[in-house]
Ligand binder design. Structure first.
Ligand SMILES: [Zn+2]
Length: 158
């Protein structure tokens, strides 16, 4: 949300420049109250989110707004469907040196591990059949996020 951030910073910088000027009778002074106009009420209070580092509006901070915020429903689906098994497997077998790995169910065919990953998932689902519940549960979760019934909210720093 860079654009709206800049909206607030630029007028302020302009004013501090004018304050250093010597012309106290000039039109600059007359325009100052206008320039220092308080934030419009409908903008609400804005803060930076600790999870996704984005600026967010407190009044618009509904469920499903923050992709990076921890969410109990998501964690619960993960546990119930034994997806943590798949994550553990991916972490140990297919992660890069930094420990990052693709979403187990990603359909990104450009991923060189695509076939291997899905074969491993299918093999794992024989050991842990509850993994088959993950996709339908995740679909429900996404619907929930769309309806703002579940999903993570932004959290203000500090
Ligand atoms: Zn956030």
């Amino acid at each position: 949300d860079e654009a709206s951030k800049h909206e607030y910073t630029y007028p302020y910088v302009d004013n501090s420049d004018f304050d250093l000027g010597e012309d106290t009778k000039g039109a600059v002074i007359k325009t100052q109250p206008v320039k220092f106009k308080p934030r419009r009420k409908e903008d609400g209070e804005r803060s930076r989110c600790v999870y996704c580092r984005d600026m967010f509006n407190h009044e618009e901070n509904k469920r499903g707004q923050c992709q990076d915020a921890p969410d109990r429903v998501k964690t619960c689906i993960h546990r119930v469907s034994c997806m943590w098994c798949a994550d553990t497997m991916l972490y140990h077998c297919m992660s890069d040196p930094e420990g990052d790995y693709t979403d187990p169910c990603s359909c990104d065919t450009s991923d060189e591990m695509f076939c291997l990953r899905w074969m491993a998932l299918i093999a794992l689902s024989f050991i842990a059949p509850c993994m088959c519940c993950y996709l339908p549960l995740r679909a429900c979760y996404h619907c929930g996020v769309m309806c703002r019934c579940c999903g993570g909210k932004h959290k203000a720093a500090g």
